[in-house]
Design a protein around this ligand. Structure first.
Ligand code: PLP
Ligand code: ZN
Length: 428
């Protein structure tokens, strides 16, 4: 179970019973370098047999500990998870189900692995809203619904403040899908360059889409994030996938790693994860550690935007990669040049959840990988010709990391890549 939250930067503790504990209490608009992490009790990994990962792994989820701490009975918690999942299924066509993990003999052969080793694909393109993003957001939503059910939310169902997110891709679609499922209003802040395909999807989900052009008076930084922060300052609820804005995204994302643990456990030698804001890799790393398996974790970014590899080097040079949170200013800052890559979903100029990713890479003997555009193109080509996964360029960046590192990996190693983010065809 999860026993509490603690800031990985300043050490401030927050009790698990505290509602709406999105941020470290010491985080301010000026000092944003704080992030709450969950503290888990040490216990053997024994999930229950349920097709819904939020029920199968319920006792390891922070949101379940939160629900219990605020007085909801086990039956009530289970009921809310089930009913919300059914509501999601009615909007998304599927509720949350375990996603497939299987060995691809074609990719394994193409990469020269022996029959004892190979490449395993965790296919998240079948998850709710076509990527892993909804997994992170569902624990934020459950936190809100649990607080409401226990009568401790500062609103009622009819006076709910809007949710808010800044994203023009998978996270926006996932957030709008979950919001639509429970009829919760949501503001989605997108750049003028958002694709017609994404805008159509958001509109169909009844999201309040706000196109954010840069205003003359704007300070530096992404205008979508500036408008998102203004909305939150005016009472909206941060409903995104950055642990720095809402730590509870770091809860549900762990279900992916727990599923991998159930399916392969200690058979996994390495895992490659594509990294944008870092919540995904931080969650996979944290879940594997809590379940007691330690495959080497490799965080993959592209040459056009690689602040995490820089943070890794800086952390090693200033006292080590583990527990580097208090050294934020020495390790992590935004990428200076305009980020570019065909893997355009991982171009976050700052890896907000870098601390958890560094901890996991250091714990497991892994490390960051920076790939070229050629590696991403090769990965995309192989994913589409050798597998049946309809995955985007962003979603094959982990495989690109494996391709880039292949000569350092033995032929009989068992390597997992996560393909996430279904390829969305651009509307005309
Ligand atoms: C398909 C896909 N894979 C990976 C990522 C990276 O996740 P994170 O931002 O949590 O690092 C994203 C989004 O950023 C994504 O859309
Ligand atoms: Zn703090």
């Amino acid at each position: 179970m999860v026993t509490g939250l603690v800031c990985a930067v300043c050490g401030t503790a927050v009790p698990i019973s505290q509602a709406l504990s999105w941020k470290c209490p010491l985080a301010t608009d000026v000092d944003t370098h704080h992030v709450l992490h969950f503290e888990n009790s040490v216990e053997p990994f024994r999930p229950t047999d349920d097709s819904n990962p939020y029920l199968a792994f319920r006792k390891y989820l922070a949101v379940d500990s939160f629900g219990a701490a605020i007085g909801l009975s086990e039956a009530e918690r289970i009921r809310i998870i089930q009913e919300t999942n059914e509501a999601v299924a009615s909007i998304a066509g599927t509720g949350f189900l375990r996603t497939p993990l299987y060995r691809s003999s074609e990719l394994s052969d193409a990469l020269g692995f022996t029959a004892e080793g190979g490449v395993w694909i965790k296919d998240e393109t079948h998850n709710v809203a076509g990527s892993h993003k909804a997994r992170h957001l569902f624990s934020e939503l459950l936190h809100l619904l649990f607080a409401e059910a226990a009568g401790i939310a500062p609103w009622t169902v009819s006076t709910r403040p809007p949710l808010a997110i800044a994203s023009c891709g998978n996270a926006a679609i996932a957030a709008s899908t979950l919001a639509a499922a429970v009829r919760w209003p949501i503001y989605v802040h997108v750049p003028p360059a958002a694709t017609a395909e994404v805008l159509t999807a958001l509109t169909e989900l009844d999201a309040d889409v706000r196109v954010c052009a840069r205003l003359p008076e704007d300070e530096a930084g992404d205008p979508c994030v500036l408008r998102f922060r203004e909305a939150v300052a005016n009472g909206a609820i941060a409903f995104g996938v950055q642990g720095t804005e809402n730590a509870w995204c770091l809860d549900g994302g762990r279900t992916i790693g727990w599923e991998m643990t159930e399916d392969m456990g200690p058979l996994m030698d390495r895992i490659f994860i594509q990294v944008g804001g870092g919540a995904f890799a931080a969650c996979v790393g944290a879940s594997l550690r809590s379940a007691g398996v330690h495959p080497k974790l490799h965080a993959v970014q592209t040459e056009g935007c690689a602040p995490l590899a820089r943070a890794w080097e800086n952390a090693l040079a200033t006292g080590g990669a583990r527990n580097a949170g208090p050294r934020w200013n020495e390790c992590m800052w935004p990428w200076e040049t305009t980020p570019v890559s065909i893997a355009d979903g991982i171009l976050d100029d700052e890896t907000y959840d870098w601390i958890g990713v560094l901890d996991s890479m250091a714990d497991t003997g892994g490390g960051p990988v920076v790939v070229s555009e050629q590696h991403v193109m090769q990965a995309y080509e192989w994913a589409h010709s050798l597998t049946s996964v309809n995955v985007s360029a962003t979603g094959v960046a982990g495989l690109a990391g494996l391709i880039a590192m292949r000569s350092d990996i033995a032929n009989d190693e068992r390597v997992v890549v996560v393909m996430s983010g279904v390829e969305r065809v651009e509307a005309n």
